[in-house]
Design a protein around this ligand. Structure first.
Ligand code: NAD
Length: 507
């Protein structure tokens, strides 16, 4: 792949929020210990945006040390002060919304999503910071009190993917530090710029140096070094199941807990009585938003056979309306993130064809795009539940339609993958909605909405191989704490000795 620099030969990202070639350790913007860098490109234009350090295990060690130095003071701050610092961070983010939107759109290569959600997410988390509470416990003696304390782990680690780097960074870092931990986080090598910009704003907001440390780099290098570090006390990981398993293995060796936010193959179950005027645009948006590179993307449509043909026709018509193009054009869908993903998604489209599924629309690279990693929104019909395109996460704008006869079969097919992240049900019948909400094996269920969206403070996470642990809800801050039971007796005068009874004394 040829990376184009602009005519001046310099990287093209123009933002004071990104320090070119530097990452954040202990409040300082530093290169990697090796001096090597990674090119971050705009996947729509294949232009170089910026360079970031190729972090090493030594850099992770330096970051852990910085986080250890910052920890005692951060832990001991009153929770209200920590909350206020998070609110200040959220305010600064909001002031820079337009710039952050541009950075994230360029590095992910997608059309603008409008104001980024990070300020709101952080305000929600900040509101939890001073509500970390224990409970009082009954005791065997009136001289005693018992209670629990919720305490931070210390230095914690996190690894995030590239598909929504800003929100992932805000929710993972926000919850961990709200609880009083200090953190070492590695963003994805493909999209590390929004996280670096957010970290810069955190410093400006007054969050002390060393509380947030961002080590950029590759997964097998800086990434692997974080859970393997013996003084990291807890981990959060968002990414693919394969990498999640490797991170979990490293955590097992060090006997530390973690949460995993992994992939999905989310079903959209459409019953014959569904409001298709609402369902069709929502389902197409759900698979083309971010070019289908969303863990929650509803990538399987499980439809009652009686409306199959009508639905396929309407989905295809809607998909053909999706305008594809670069982030700065007036379009609905951008490119995929990288050449590797491009190859992977096109490979799955071939697999679908080979398995006998019918390409109703899309199925290749849109004409006129010899640069950038574009792929057409693609609809497959005639898909059977066991085909690989119906079982494996494609992470692209590829939708597979599977016909079923009734509710029982719909549940079987919807639950018939290893994943369990999000599931949607489209029906006008409340009874069907209630039964399906209970029967679907997913961490989030949307009734008459795609992506399980629209809820404030909803805990987010997976069933089955989609992971465990929940982010974003009120409990997400508690998850970054450990519980200590305190049993406390005051200084009690010693009880008088019971005199021996006469018969005992004779023995
Ligand atoms: P990935 O697993 O390849 O990479 C994720 C992160 O892990 C990156 O920062 C990467 O550098 C790092 N990494 C890679 N190998 C590593 C190793 N051996 N040790 C430590 N870190 C390593 O995933 P991806 O392709 O970047 O992201 C897409 C995946 O993320 C999809 O499966 C998607 O569903 C999932 N995802 C899940 C959620 C969720 O909330 N459930 C959200 C977004 C994305």
């Amino acid at each position: 792949m040829t990376i184009t620099e602009n005519t001046t030969g310099r990287p093209t990202l123009d933002s004071s929020l990104v320090v070119d070639g530097a990452m954040l350790i202990g409040g300082d913007w530093v290169p990697s210990s090796s001096g090597d860098t990674i090119d971050v490109i705009n996947p729509a234009t294949v232009e170089l945006l910026a360079r970031v350090p190729r972090g090493t295990a030594d850099d992770v060690e330096a970051a852990v040390q910085a986080a250890e130095r910052a920890f005692p003071a951060w832990r001991d701050l009153p929770a209200t002060v920590r909350a206020n610092l998070l609110f200040a961070w959220a305010n600064l983010i909001e002031q820079h919304n337009a710039e952050l939107d541009q950075i994230e759109s360029q590095e992910v290569g997608r059309p603008s999503w409008g104001p980024p959600p990070m300020a709101g997410q952080l305000r929600f988390i900040a509101g939890q910071a001073d509500k970390v509470q224990g409970v009082s416990l009954p005791t065997y003696s009136p001289e005693q009190v018992g209670f629990t304390l919720r305490e931070p782990y210390g230095v914690v680690g996190a690894i995030i993917p590239w598909n929504a780097p800003g929100p992932m960074f805000a929710t993972e870092v926000g919850a961990a530090i709200a609880a009083g931990n200090t953190i070492v986080i590695k963003p994805a090598e493909d999209a590390p710029l929004t996280p670096l910009a957010l970290a810069k704003l955190a410093l400006e907001a007054g969050i002390p140096p060393g509380v947030i440390n961002v080590v950029t780099g590759y997964g097998g290098e800086a990434g692997a070094a974080i859970p393997a570090h013996p003084r990291i006390r807890r981990m959060g990981f968002t990414g693919s199941p394969q990498t999640g398993a490797a991170v979990m293995e490293a955590c097992a060796k060090n006997l530390i807990p973690l949460h995993l936010e992994l992939g999905g193959k989310s079903p959209q179950v459409v019953f014959a009585d569904a409001d298709l005027d609402a369902a069709v645009p929502a389902m197409v948006q759900g698979i083309t938003l971010n070019t289908g590179q969303i863990c929650a993307a509803g990538s399987r449509v499980v439809v009652q056979r009686s409306i199959h043909d009508e639905l396929v026709e309407r989905l295809a018509a809607e998909m053909r309306q999706v305008r594809v193009g670069a982030w700065h054009e007036s379009v609905n869908m951008g490119p995929l993130i990288s050449a590797r993903q491009h190859e992977r998604v096109l490979g799955y489209i071939d697999l679908g064809r080979e398995a006998g599924a019918e390409v109703v629309t899309g199925g290749g690279v849109p004409s006129g795009y010899d640069r950038g990693f574009f792929v057409e929104p693609t609809l497959f019909a005639g898909v059977s539940a066991d085909m690989r395109i119906a079982q494996e996460e494609i992470f692209g704008p590829v939708l597979s339609v599977i016909a079923v006869d009734d509710e029982t079969e719909a549940v079987e097919v919807a639950n018939g993958t290893d994943y369990g992240l999000v599931a949607s049900v489209w029906t006008r019948d409340v009874g069907t909605a209630v039964r399906m909400s209970r029967k679907l094996q997913a961490g989030q269920v949307g009734v008459n909405n795609a992506l399980g969206a629209g809820v404030i403070g909803g805990p987010f996470g997976g069933y089955k191989n989609s992971g465990f642990g929940r982010t974003m809800g009120a409990d997400s801050v508690l998850d970054w704490t450990q519980v200590k039971t305190v049993s406390m007796r005051g200084a009690v005068p010693p009880a008088p000795r019971t005199p021996l009874r006469a018969e005992q004394a004779q023995d």
